[in-house]
Write a protein that binds this ligand. Structure first.
Ligand SMILES: C[S@@+](CC[C@H](N)C(=O)[O-])C[C@H]1O[C@@H](n2cnc3c(N)ncnc32)[C@H](O)[C@@H]1O
Length: 317
C-alpha cells in the first residue's frame, strides 16, 4: 500500500532533470503542480518533486508514454480531465478502514446520535455527510452506528451522503464489497450489517446501503448539495490542501451545518482561520458548530443551487 502523502515532513532531495532516463523538467513539474492545485486544491511544493516523479512514472508507463512532456500534453489536452483525476489518485492515498479513529464513532453514538434519532423519530430531517469517503468504509461505519441505535432509520427522514472526487474509488464504495481481512476492524456487534459475498470476503447489508447516497463531488468546487447537515465527517482529506484552501473548506462546512452539528476531521488536521469562530472543540479533532450568527464568515461559502437529491424514505416528499 502506498504511504500517505503528507503536506508536511522533511523536504525530499532535489535531483537533476533526467532520472531513470525519463526527463522531468522544472516546467513539467510546474505544469503538474499548477493543475493539481487548480483542479483539486492539492498543494505540491518543490519538496514533493521526487514523490511526484515516482508516483507518476507508473502512470506514464501504464499509458505507454515516452516522457513527462507527453504526459503534460495529455493532462492539458481535450481529454485530460479523466487523467487529471487518475493523477490525483496516484499522488494521494485512498487509505481508509472501517471504524478508523474510533473515538469519532463513540462521539457519534454517545453524544450526537441520541438527540438526532429522537428528532428523526418525531419527523425531523437528519443528514450526515462523509466528505472524501474513499472506498466506503467510513460511510458504512456511520450507517452501522446509526442502525445499531435506530434500526428503522432508513424509514425515517435520515440519510447519509457519501462523496469523493475520484469516480473509481466511488464505484468501489457503491459496490460495497470488501476483502475478508477488513472484517476484523468491524466490532462484533456491528457484524450483523455485513454478509458473506458470493466472490469471497463480505458485502454490506441492504439495510446499511439504503441509508447512503453516493455522489461525485470535488471539495474545492461548487457543492451541488443542500444542508443543513447535523454531522460532517471530512477526515484525512484537507491534509492535501494548502492553508487558505483548508480555511475556506472549514468555513464552507460551517455554512452548511445546523447549530450544534458535529464536524470530525483527520488526526493531523485542525480547524483554523476565520471558521475557528464558528466551532468549539468537543474532542480529539471533533468540533461542534456554535449557534451564534456568523454571517461574515459563512458568506465566504459559495454554494451551488442544483442539489444532489437524497432519496426520500417511502411515504415522504
Ligand atoms: C485518505 S482518503 C480518506 C478516506 C476517509 N475519509 C478516511 O479518513 O478514512 C482521502 C480521500 O480524499 C479524496 N480527495 C482528495 N482530494 C479531494 C477533493 N479535492 N475533493 C474530494 N475528495 C478528495 C481522495 O480521492 C481520497 O479518497
Amino acid at each position: 500500500m502506498k504511504p500517505a502523502f503528507s503536506s508536511s515532513g522533511p523536504p525530499e532531495r532535489e535531483t537533476s532533470v533526467a532520472r531513470d532516463r525519463i526527463p522531468f523538467s522544472d516546467g513539467d513539474f510546474q505544469t503538474i503542480a499548477d493543475l493539481a492545485m487548480r483542479d483539486f486544491g492539492l498543494h505540491l511544493t518543490l519538496a514533493k518533486r521526487d514523490l511526484v516523479y515516482s508516483r507518476l512514472l507508473k502512470r506514464l508507463r501504464g499509458l505507454g508514454l515516452e516522457d513527462f512532456k507527453e504526459y503534460c500534453s495529455l493532462l492539458t489536452g481535450p481529454h485530460g480531465e479523466a487523467e487529471r483525476t487518475a493523477m490525483l489518485s496516484a499522488l494521494t492515498t485512498n487509505v481508509t478502514h472501517f471504524f478508523r479513529e474510533d473515538h469519532h464513532f463513540q462521539l457519534l453514538r454517545d453524544v450526537a446520535l441520541p438527540s438526532l434519532i429522537k428528532s428523526a423519530r418525531e419527523g425531523g430531517r437528519v443528514r450526515i455527510w462523509s466528505a472524501g469517503c474513499s472506498a466506503g468504509q467510513e460511510p458504512y461505519s456511520l450507517a452501522f452506528t446509526v442502525l445499531s441505535l435506530c434500526p428503522e432509520a432508513a424509514k425515517l427522514n435520515f440519510r447519509i451522503l457519501a462523496t469523493d472526487v475520484d469516480s473509481e474509488i466511488l464505484a468501489r464504495a457503491e459496490a460495497g464489497c470488501y476483502q475478508e481481512d477488513e472484517r476484523k476492524a468491524i466490532p462484533e456487534a456491528m457484524r450483523r450489517f455485513i454478509e458473506p459475498a458470493q466472490v469471497g470476503g463480505f458485502s454490506i447489508s441492504p439495510a446499511a446501503r439504503d441509508l447512503i447516497t453516493f455522489g461525485k463531488l470535488n471539495l474545492i468546487e461548487d457543492w451541488p448539495i443542500s444542508g443543513p447537515f447535523q454531522v460532517i465527517f471530512c477526515r484525512n482529506v484537507a491534509i492535501y490542501f494548502d492553508k487558505p484552501t483548508q480555511a475556506r473548506l472549514w468555513a464552507r462546512f460551517g455554512a452548511l451545518m445546523a447549530p450544534e452539528a458535529h464536524l470530525c476531521i483527520g488526526h493531523s488536521e485542525r480547524v483554523a482561520g476565520p471558521a475557528e469562530q464558528l466551532f468549539r472543540a468537543v474532542g480529539v479533532t471533533a468540533y461542534q458548530r456554535l449557534a451564534a450568527n456568523a454571517h461574515h464568515i459563512v458568506q465566504t461559502a459559495r454554494l451551488a443551487s442544483d442539489p444532489i437529491q437524497l432519496p426520500q424514505p417511502p411515504g415522504r416528499t
